[in-house]
Design a protein around this ligand. Structure first.
Ligand SMILES: [Zn+2]
Ligand SMILES: [Zn+2]
Length: 350
């Protein structure tokens, strides 16, 4: 089968690989219908993910059809249309029992798919702990509407949840990439009075406004973010801040625009260390929450998609076959053509 492989720092390639086989009774083999390219794939390419293993097939965000099941999987059946969770987790360890599935301590637990275990930018993918990590897609939810459930929608949902948004809060989201916009989408569920989206890409900001994901947009190239936020909050600062950009200076911006006793959620994955100047922020009583996502809410997200309360379809702006995947990567990395999210459809007859 064809698969996108992380060869070494700086190099991805489309290769021929054997179709994966069941290796454990809790496994499933999923025939991939759609996979997405994620910023984390680029972090791996840049060598910024220490646990990524060269030679691994990328892809941790996909939907497909169950092709084969291990004998210990009872609640799924062959032919089910499913989303694949970006995290594989045992469900039984100390962390899983508390919902912290990203920290699953079982072998192969946490974020391994497309990082240290072969992922889904391929025609087929082997999914361990299938009963925990595959969720049946309701009939009314299309493949594209379900594609982002296992990763960026889970991330936005988790971030909005842990940041404890109160009705009528002013929420600032730094970064209008796919995860930032998913976060905006999920923040809306908590009825904030105003969502401010900050990005240096005017194209992405315009996209956010056009799709109702932002009430106010700010481009730091033309405007002072602090001034805009102060104006909106009687000088106090934002009630909740999400740092989803991971760029130069965006961490500093996040805590500076937060009001006293605000919650600042760090969703971004940095490629460099950040400075936390506790001496400067003493008395500000900030609460910091950091990633990665505990992707344990796929069922709720699919329910919200089925009843129309979460619709991530507009985020998928570009589509490629596996043969065209490298062009997809190029556009995504260069942020060309108004790209938000790239979907890849393997030509496997799924
Ligand atoms: Zn991802
Ligand atoms: Zn576990």
């Amino acid at each position: 089968m064809k698969a996108v492989v992380y060869r070494e720092k700086g190099e991805l390639a489309l290769e021929q690989r054997p179709v994966p086989q069941i290796m454990d009774p809790m496994d499933a083999i999923v025939k991939v219908k759609l996979a997405a390219i994620c910023s984390s794939d680029l972090h791996i390419k840049h060598g910024a993910v220490p646990r990524a293993v060269p030679g691994t097939i990328l892809g941790h965000e996909m939907v497909g059809i169950i092709e084969e099941l291990g004998e210990a999987v009872h609640h799924l059946k062959i032919g089910d249309r499913v989303t694949v969770n970006c995290e594989t987790f045992c469900g039984n360890c100390f962390f899983c029992k508390r919902g912290y599935v990203n920290n699953c301590s079982a072998p192969g637990g946490g974020w391994t798919l497309g990082c240290s275990a072969d992922g889904g930018q391929a025609e087929y993918v082997r999914v361990p702990y299938a009963e925990n990590c595959l969720d049946r897609i309701p009939e009314s939810v299309s493949d594209e509407a379900a594609l982002l459930v296992g990763d960026v929608l889970s991330t936005g949902y988790w971030a909005a949840q842990i940041t404890e948004i109160q009705p009528a809060d002013t929420v600032v989201i730094i970064g209008a990439g796919p995860t930032g916009l998913s976060t905006a989408m999920c923040a809306r569920l908590y009825a904030p009075s105003c969502i401010v989206v900050v990005d240096i890409s005017q194209e992405r900001l315009n996209f956010a406004i056009e799709h109702g994901l932002a009430d106010v947009i700010v481009n730091p190239r033309n405007e002072d973010v602090t001034e805009v936020v102060e104006k909106l909050t009687e000088g106090r600062g934002a009630d909740r801040v999400f740092e989803v950009a991971g760029g130069k200076g965006t961490f500093e911006l996040a805590w500076k625009i937060a009001r006293c006793s605000a919650v600042v959620c760090i969703v971004a994955m940095y490629e460099e260390p950040q400075v936390l100047p506790l001496n400067e922020m003493y008395g500000k009583n900030l609460v910091f929450k950091t990633g990665g996502v505990h992707a344990s809410s796929c069922k709720e997200i699919l329910k919200l998609a089925a009843c129309g309360k979460l619709d991530a379809r507009p985020l998928i702006t570009h589509r490629f076959t596996l043969d065209g995947v490298m062009e997809g990567y190029r556009i995504f990395e260069a942020q060309e053509d108004g790209v938000i999210k790239v979907a890849i459809a393997p030509d496997n007859g799924a």
